[in-house]
Design a protein around this ligand. Structure first.
Ligand code: COS
Length: 378
């Protein structure tokens, strides 16, 4: 059983403690799921998370605000039980993040579906030539008589191929660079949108390279104002980067649990590995990194929930520290398992593969360092 004392920290209210307990009970019954067919698994998880009421937290309707502490608690709980469950929850939030923050009433109708688990969403930001540097986005959206016409390619799009709706960032050209982008809401069945490739990765989940050829979207698809797409994308990432840290925290907590159980097993020659001070030292380092990550994550989430407009620095610190720390914690858990640590079927082997992408997506670790450095340099 993982340490639950953090729930008594002053960052949380009683509703957060009730949420964490309720989701824990649900996860013990419903997770993990079979991962062999990731598309089917994710579709089933979205439906189950919707039926359980958990996806309500993934979006914000008119007059509501995303509760970042709830998002983080849900992600760390789900990640501790099943990485794909965390992924399915997270993408409903990230995919619809721009709509939650900036959508019109009509655009928010999609939220009714994604928050009920009846539609799947994706965020189409990254391009073959524009990864960390969003300002060089090349996909174009040109205003025509029938609305906007989009052309280009998007890659590494999570839920690509199974999503019902995407938020897409494209160049509308109001100004060069970051100031000439806009955000659009794009149903997946629109003519001209195709899946060019499915991308296979070391911790499999639905991921695709998308092509857009003369995709026509109505004027009402524009989210916020034309030219604000970069700021909209960054505002979404400000909210969701802390939650990536929370997912990493969930993986790390699971790794510590697995390591503790392993080293406390009786050994053939008597005693257990936990009797050795060097092993205890490793356990202490793991617990320390987990608590430090949790403090940074819930500091960022609490700050955003107080209504602070920009938490770029806090969110970057949370994501950077938590994902890097989780990698180290999981690596040590693998080490403490000996040969079983790298053996298929062992939880730590899966965690070792699952954590790696979190140091890359939603802003690689060095991007977070850039954001932090800029914030302290003023
Ligand atoms: N919220 C609101 N506005 C923001 C913002 C934020 N978090 N971050 C930047 N902006 C604004 C800036 O204030 C600036 O506004 P003005 O033009 O009015 O001055 C504008 O956006 C451009 O900002 P900046 O000059 O910092 O842009 P850069 O191109 O230098 O941004 C980084 C660089 C690396 C920080 C950015 O491209 C980034 O975060 N990249 C990572 C991409 C990513 O996470 N991809 C995830 C893919 S998986 S979904």
């Amino acid at each position: 059983m993982p340490d639950r004392t953090f729930l008594d920290w002053p960052f949380f209210e009683d509703r957060h403690r009730a949420l964490a307990e309720g989701l824990e009970a649900w996860a013990e019954v419903h997770l993990p799921v079979d991962h062999h067919d990731v598309d089917a698994a994710c579709k089933g998880l979205v439906a189950a998370l919707g039926a359980g009421g958990w996806l309500r937290y993934s979006g914000a309707g008119a007059g509501e605000a995303l509760d970042v502490r709830s998002l983080c608690l849900i992600r760390e709980t789900l990640a501790r039980h099943d990485g794909l469950a965390d992924f399915s929850f997270a993408m409903q939030g990230l995919g619809m993040g721009a709509v939650s923050l900036f959508g019109t009433d009509v655009q928010r109708e999609w939220l009714g579906l994604t928050r009920a688990g009846k539609a799947i969403s994706g965020f189409a930001l990254t391009e073959p030539g524009a990864g960390s540097d969003v300002a060089v986005t090349a996909t174009t959206a040109v205003r025509g008589a029938d609305g906007w016409v989009l052309n280009g390619e998007k890659t590494y799009i999570s839920n690509g191929g199974i999503a019902d709706v995407y938020v897409i960032i494209a160049r509308t050209g109001e100004a060069p660079g970051a100031r000439g982008l806009s955000a659009f809401l794009m149903p997946a069945d629109v003519a001209g949108l195709t899946v060019l490739d499915r991308i296979e990765v070391m911790a499999p989940h639905p991921l695709a390279h998308l092509g857009l050829k003369d995709v026509v979207l109505p004027e009402t698809a524009l989210i916020g104002r034309a030219g604000d797409g970069f700021k909209i994308a960054m505002s979404v990432l400000d909210v969701f980067r802390s939650t990536v840290g929370a997912a990493a925290l969930g993986f790390a907590r699971r790794a510590l649990d697995e390591a503790l159980a392993r080293v406390q097993r009786p050994r053939a020659g008597g005693g257990s590995l936990a009797d050795y001070q060097m092993v205890q030292g490793h356990l202490a380092d793991m617990a320390l990194q987990i608590d430090a990550a949790a403090l940074l994550i819930y500091r960022a989430a609490w700050t955003k929930d107080q209504g602070v407009a920009r938490i770029s620095r806090e969110a970057a610190m949370a994501k950077l520290y938590a994902t890097e720390a989780a990698q180290k914690v999981i690596d040590m858990a693998v080490q403490l398992h000996g040969g079983d640590g790298v053996r298929t079927g062992f939880a730590v082997e899966a965690l070792y593969r699952e954590i790696r992408a979190l140091r890359i997506y939603e802003g690689a670790s060095d991007v977070q360092r850039v954001v932090i450095a800029r914030s302290i340099m003023g």
